[in-house]
Design a protein around this ligand. Structure first.
Ligand SMILES: NC(=O)c1ccc[n+]([C@@H]2O[C@H](COP(=O)([O-])OP(=O)(O)OC[C@H]3O[C@@H](n4cnc5c(N)ncnc54)[C@H](OP(=O)(O)O)[C@@H]3O)[C@@H](O)[C@H]2O)c1
Length: 301
């Protein structure tokens, strides 16, 4: 059992719902801060379906300071969480930004006082929101945070949950390694409307290798220590994957929601431009994602 504490989770999608469920199960008092209200949080995983008794709140005026605030919105929605920050952050509050991409802490920082600790967290966890408040876990329960006092406190917070959390001395490499995966799996599943099984297609494997080669060059220029072996391991992982998971970008495309492209492929292209590196495949993919973002599947009329 972890030591019970007041935890706020901003965002009630796949990641927010699953983290809320994991923390509630070890005795924390969890408030789920939602944008679109719903009545009940139901989490389905390998052990079955469970209703999670968390407090669900849609109005920031109804919450007060928490010990931890976990930000689990899509990256592009971080700024919209500011009204929640104003109410949830008090003396001693720590904020963790559990999102994909490479600038997690920088996204939240402009909306918080300079002395509030902001911890970036990389998560490996395949979760799908199938309806408001309904979360299906497809596999993996791993997170990484930078080594240090806040990272150690985050590890203690999740004690007793299924999460295995590593504290990393070189978080830049960890974040870019995850982006190496997300800049390939997310766009390819979202643009083809296929799940991870799409990587069994030889031509898709070739495209994935091309995208990864570009991302690795950019990551190295940003100070991350990635090699072609990282890319090969990621691709092998996709090929071994037997579940029916997709990617959060695929789920957004299917629902006609805005895509997270600006913080994934867009982050690669922006960093490439800063370093004068040509990334034609990633630029092509970015153009397609920009055009697809927020569109339904019915096509133009
Ligand atoms: N899902 C995965 O398997 C997975 C795996 C690894 C990493 N990630 C990363 O984790 C992050 C979260 O992904 P996700 O899949 O959980 O996203 P998601 O299912 O789209 O959930 C995001 C949630 O944030 C809510 N939200 C947005 N703005 C808000 C605000 N101002 N106040 C309160 N709630 C707000 C959304 O509300 P609505 O209900 O109104 O849309 C939605 O419920 C992303 O960076 C993603 O790339 C996801």
């Amino acid at each position: 059992m972890g030591q019970a504490g007041r935890i706020a989770v901003i965002g009630s999608g796949g990641i927010g719902g699953y983290l809320a469920g994991a923390l509630e199960q070890v005795g924390h008092a969890v408030t789920l801060c939602v944008r679109t209200p719903f009545e009940r949080l139901i989490v389905t995983d390998a052990s079955g379906e469970r209703e999670v008794p968390v407090r669900i709140v849609a109005d920031p005026q109804e919450v007060g300071p928490a010990e931890w605030v976990l930000v689990t919105t899509k990256a592009q929605d971080t700024a919209s969480a500011e009204p929640w920050f104003r109410r949830l952050v008090g003396p001693g509050t720590r904020v963790a930004v559990v999102q994909n991409g490479v600038d997690q802490a920088a996204r939240a920082r402009p909306h918080l006082a300079a002395d509030v600790p902001v911890l970036p967290a990389i998560i490996y966890c395949s979760v799908e929101r199938t309806a408001p408040g309904r979360i299906t876990h497809h596999g993996s329960t791993k997170m990484s945070v930078p080594a240090g006092e806040d990272g150690a406190a985050f590890v203690r917070l999740f004690a007793g949950t299924p999460f295995e959390i590593t504290q990393e001395a070189d978080f830049t490499t960890v974040a870019w390694r995850k982006l190496l995966s997300n800049a390939v799996a997310n766009p390819i599943t979202a643009l083809t409307l296929r799940r991870i099984a799409v990587f069994r297609e030889p031509a898709i494997q070739e495209l994935a290798r091309g995208l990864m080669d570009e991302v690795i060059r950019v990551a190295n220029a940003e100070g991350a220590k990635l090699t072609g072996e990282d890319g090969a391991r990621i691709l092998e992982g996709y090929l071994r994957f037997n579940g029916d998971g997709g990617s959060s970008m695929l789920y957004d495309r299917l629902a006609g929601r805005p895509l997270e492209h600006a913080h994934l492929t867009g982050a690669v292209v922006a960093a490439a431009e800063r370093h004068g590196i040509d990334v034609p495949l990633n630029r092509t993919i970015l153009a397609l994602l920009v055009a697809a973002s927020g569109q339904g599947l019915a096509g133009d009329r």
